[in-house]
Design a protein around this ligand. Structure first.
Ligand code: DUC
Ligand code: ZN
Ligand code: ZN
Ligand code: ZN
Length: 484
């Protein structure tokens, strides 16, 4: 069974050209002119691009006393509706739980996926068991990315000694370290003080996590990664201080990547000062939305290449769940949605404004992260042999985002009212047409796990630490007698 995508313009991270794409089963088999297939998809007026990869989702995640509402069913359908064909979710052990045990929990949930998926592993505590299981996770399970929470003190947070131990183990095994970078001690202190002073509303969430707590943690993580010799991926980079640290590290030759979210690029802190409690609480996430200066920094990072990937951190809670935090902002479940809207919003505010080229759009929504996660060119490419994960993108198609029309299972949308121009005409997941001109034809269980290899390079390029790894005692004379 073959399908041909005809009359479109192929856009990859490095090229734009007119050609047809022939798909046989689940793979791309040929690219050229005048190709024929059993069925045809007409891409006249459209761009034919690698399907989006969202490397940061939390589907049906146990968190802050509840579970995020979008699961592998509604979450991956939302992804496909917006042109995303692969998601990478975080398998999250509760402190004390083994890594393999947590993976089993995620395997039990992910069978419903409509598109392909992979996992990152979270390290939420440290022990000999975690040390041992990391090897199995990387070498047997095909998961080489491990996230560390530097915030959520008393719950998911790891301390510097645990993080250093974990980073060193990852360096040894060919893993990549990831960090949620916020200084959890400072956040805890500020939160307690705000509450004590009577600041209990959702705006206090933003006051409790100023950009300095993120900048400090990113700098610390980069230095610890450098000493351990491990590549580092910083999730949800939201501010200039964090971006600056990443820019500097990259300029020094370190393998450090930064991931801004579509929310931080397009929504700002004024959302928290809305008089409506629900409006503000629905936008509570960590890190919080920032001001325009920070947004400009993130856009500049995408343009210059100092920031590599645009994700969502999709972690969707209903209004009812958000209301657990009435009277105490620290109990508002942290998280927002974005899976369905990431690509249209980035196209509209990036390509549509001239800030990004279509090729840069492909790079930051798909190809760059496929390379960082070691699944390129199976994913993130329009090449013979690649998976037929493709979005046929109509740059003229428009809509106004509204919760009433979304796939996500929650009752609001943080992008409500935004007019987007640029939407999928077709979305294909491993050759299967999951979105056909606005109609959902996806299949529960179609999604497969994408195993990823370990790294072949570490992060020791310029590390001075290497000089200290084999310390030798200094030979001295004239040692004073002891016990005088
Ligand atoms: N931040 C959120 O807002 N939600 C999930 C976890 C996180 O780090
Ligand atoms: Zn996080
Ligand atoms: Zn997250
Ligand atoms: Zn199929």
């Amino acid at each position: 069974m073959t399908t041909v995508i005809k009359n479109g313009t192929i856009v990859t991270h490095d090229r734009t050209y007119k050609a047809d794409v022939l798909i046989e089963g689940e793979r791309i088999v040929e690219i050229g002119e005048g190709l024929k297939g059993d069925t045809e998809l007409d891409a006249t007026g459209c761009y034919v691009m690698p399907g989006g990869i969202d490397p940061h989702t939390h589907l049906e995640m146990p968190f802050m006393g509840t579970y995020s509402t979008d699961d592998f069913d509604s979450g991956t359908r939302a992804a496909l509706a917006g042109g995303t064909t692969m998601v990478v979710d975080f398998a999250l052990p509760s402190p004390g739980q083994g890594l393999l045990d947590a993976l089993q929990m995620w395997d039990n949930k992910s069978g419903r996926a409509h598109c392909d998926f992979s996992y990152h592993m979270a390290v939420t505590w440290w022990s000999e068991q975690v040390f041992d299981e990391m090897k199995t996770v990387i070498e047997t399970r095909g998961i080489n990315t491990f996230k560390h929470f530097m915030a959520y003190k008393g719950a998911l947070m790891v301390n510097d000694d645990e993080m250093f131990a974990s980073f060193k183990r990852l360096a040894e095994l060919g893993g990549t370290a990831m960090v949620h970078a916020e200084n959890g001690d400072v956040v805890a202190e500020l939160s307690a003080r705000l509450l004590a002073e009577g600041n209990s509303g959702p705006e206090a969430h933003a006051y409790s996590r100023p950009s300095q707590v993120e900048g400090e943690a990113v700098n610390r993580a980069i230095m610890i990664a450098d000493m351990a010799g491990v590549p580092l991926y910083v999730v949800h980079v939201s501010c200039e201080e964090a971006h600056e640290a990443i820019r500097r590290a990259r300029q020094q030759g370190k393998r450090v990547w930064g991931e801004p979210l579509i929310q931080h690029l397009t929504l700002d802190e004024s959302e928290y000062f809305n008089a409506d409690w629900d409006h503000a609480a629905r936008r509570v996430m960590s890190p919080p939305f920032r001001n325009k200066a920070h947004q400009d920094s993130l856009w500049a990072g995408l343009q210059s290449g100092s920031l590599s990937v645009v994700a969502t951190d999709h972690c969707a809670f209903t209004t009812e769940q958000k209301r657990y935090g009435v009277g105490d902002f620290t109990k508002i479940p942290n998280g927002t949605g974005g899976l369905e809207d990431r690509m249209p919003m980035l196209w509209t505010y990036g390509v549509g404004t001239g800030r990004l080229t279509p090729e840069e759009f492909v790079a930051v929504t798909s190809t760059n992260v496929a390379k960082v996660l070691n699944c390129y060119p199976k994913k993130g490419a329009i090449l013979p042999g690649a998976d037929a994960d493709i979005v046929v993108w109509d740059p003229e198609k428009e809509k106004t985002i509204t919760a009433g029309a979304q796939v996500s299972a929650i009752d609001y949308n943080v992008f409500e009212g935004h007019k987007v121009k640029g939407l999928p005409r077709f979305t294909l997941t491993r050759g299967h047409v999951a979105v056909y001109d606005g109609e959902m034809r996806s299949r529960e269980g179609h999604g497969q796990f994408v195993a990823r290899k370990g790294n072949t390079a570490t992060n020791t390029a310029l590390s001075k630490w290497k000089d200290l790894t084999a310390p030798r005692p200094v030979e001295r004379t004239g040692i004073p007698a002891t016990g005088v």
